[in-house]
Design a protein around this ligand. Structure first.
Ligand code: ZN
Length: 136
């Protein structure tokens, strides 16, 4: 049975390649390396004899896993971008709503302060207000 179980995945920070520590169906463990140069290595007998051009089923399995990772990462990145755009839209809508609301309030405030006349309780003089401001 050509089973491959991935135990660990290491990223090579300097070169961008990856090393997989894997276990096959008979519990033998190998290190499979995929490099950005296109080279592949594996510590199994097949891989070792092939040097930096290993293409045993371990390499094949790890390559498929990497491809799936890339697809998954791209989908995740697209989702994050879409959410950010949604957030930006929601913020813009909110800002527009707030601006509209404060404009309405301002107009209301002006409307609520019509011209009016009051009689002073101190000296019974007539006090004339326009927009809440005492006119002399
Ligand atoms: Zn191998």
């Amino acid at each position: 049975m050509k089973q491959v179980k991935i135990l660990t995945r290491y990223e090579l920070k300097n070169t961008g390649g990856v090393i997989y520590h894997i276990e096959n169906g008979s519990h033998a463990r190998y290190y499979t390396g995929l490099y950005t140069s296109g080279d592949c290595t594996c510590t199994c007998a097949h891989g070792q004899s092939a040097g930096s051009h290993a293409h045993c089923y371990h390499v094949d399995h790890c390559q498929k896993r990497e491809a799936a990772r890339v697809v998954a990462n791209k989908a995740a990145a697209a989702e994050v971008a879409a959410r950010r755009q949604e957030d930006a839209l929601a913020m813009a809508e909110l800002a527009a709503e707030i601006a509209h609301e404060s404009m309405r309030e301002m107009m209301h405030a002006t409307a609520r302060m019509p011209e009016r006349t009051r009689r002073s309780s101190l000296n019974d003089r007539e006090l004339h207000f326009v927009d809440g401001i005492l006119m002399r």
